[in-house]
Design a protein around this ligand. Sequence first.
Ligand code: SAH
Length: 205
Amino acid sequence: MARMLVEVIRQMGINDPRLLAAVAATPRDRFVPPRSAARAERDEPIPIGHGQPTSQPSLVAQMIDALVLTGTDTVLEIGTGYGYQTALLAHLADRVYSVERYADLAEHARENLAAMGITNVEVVVGDGTAGLPEHAPFDAVVVSAAAAAVPAPLAEQLAEGGRLVMPIAAGVADLVTLFSKRHGRLEKRRSLTPAQFVPLVGKHV
Ligand code: SAH
């Protein structure tokens, strides 16, 4: 099932064996609504309710690749959706905290992750723009919805030397951007790709 996605992602130039193994081990049809399961192996966004899409896997892989996870990391994810990206992060990090604003999406994600035997993830319902100060600092942060700038609490909760990936709204498209924290400040490293994300909705945007 996941073999085709592994090929797509490999052809994009991603060759981290741990990331490719995580994609291979994660059946995407289990992370989309059942009515869409048949098209889950296509590299396309799929609607998950509330007008929200789950991102196309190649984009998810690109964002995760930029985080350079080592297996010892504590990761914060904003925008759980159905939990596909969360599952990949769970394979690559020590601990994942994921925040979703819609309680029903969070519940689907919890069920999907549990069904895969994934136990190192905590899905929290709330406004991810505030982060999760009680679990900070985070070695890596990934935001799956776009805003004009990185919410200040997320920059604060990133560990020194940590990486943060987020789509930054830039006119017609969003620019998926990699930041890192140096000397206590968030610095832009590079733009990964233009893409189309839903807006980040919350207090700190
Ligand atoms: N990572 C998911 C993306 C789902 S779409 C995937 O690839 O499947 C983006 C998600 O961000 C939506 O589920 C939306 O509800 C959520 N979202 C938007 N603003 C948010 C906020 N402030 N806090 C938490 N989740 C938010």
